[in-house]
Design a protein around this ligand. Sequence first.
Ligand code: HEM
Length: 216
Amino acid sequence: MYTFLASKWTKAALFLLGLGPLAAIIRPFVRGYTIPNPLEFIQHATGDWTLRFLVFTLTITPLRQLVHLPELIRFRRMLGLFAFFYACLHFTTYLVFDKFFDVHEIWKDVYKRPFITVGFLAFTLLIPLAITSTAGWIRRLGGRRWRILHRAIYISACCGVIHYYWLVKSAVIRPLFYAALVGVLLVWRVGEWLLRRRRTALANAVPQRTPVNASQ
Ligand code: HEM
């Protein structure tokens, strides 16, 4: 299993899989199929895939602990960048085909429509995460600061779910399903953090043994 996960081919295969949704979005246009509302089709598909990739990214840490496969970490960055990639497509669709580059209209929307406000926040939060996702940035920021910054992905995922929930009128099942997934993934992390704190407290409480001849 380690050889499989460590192989560069596995990473390449995952990269191609990540491009699958993009191919599925482009295909009907290339084939000349009739799409009743192309803008809605692209907006919904890119929005769905942004949220899915955010969930995939958040799943890596609990999964590697559950199945004892630390090598899974190799795929986390790529999944996160795919989330950002589909978010960019999602936002670009809105910017180009919905608002025709009218920045004033966009600000009005961000200000007046709560579901756009949280969507915008979710997207904005992903920008620094994508920029600082490289090894160079981890070094520059230092592991601790980098980890704190990258906790913004939890806020982004929550905003993404709220964005989805607020935009659907009655079909709330799917946003609620994503809410449950993100909720479980967050609760896992809080539980893990509490456990770690308890372990550290216990370790500190155990009296340190001094070697017999240490003071001699
Ligand atoms: C991380 C960021 C974001 C996520 C996860 C996200 C997710 C989603 C999802 C899941 C949908 C619904 C898809 C469906 O119905 O199947 C959606 C729709 C939509 N999103 Fe986003 N979104 C994000 C950012 C944004 C931003 C920045 C904007 C614009 C400023 C935006 C504008 C829209 C619009 C206009 C729709 C379609 C609404 C409608 O059909 O009435 N989203 N988004």
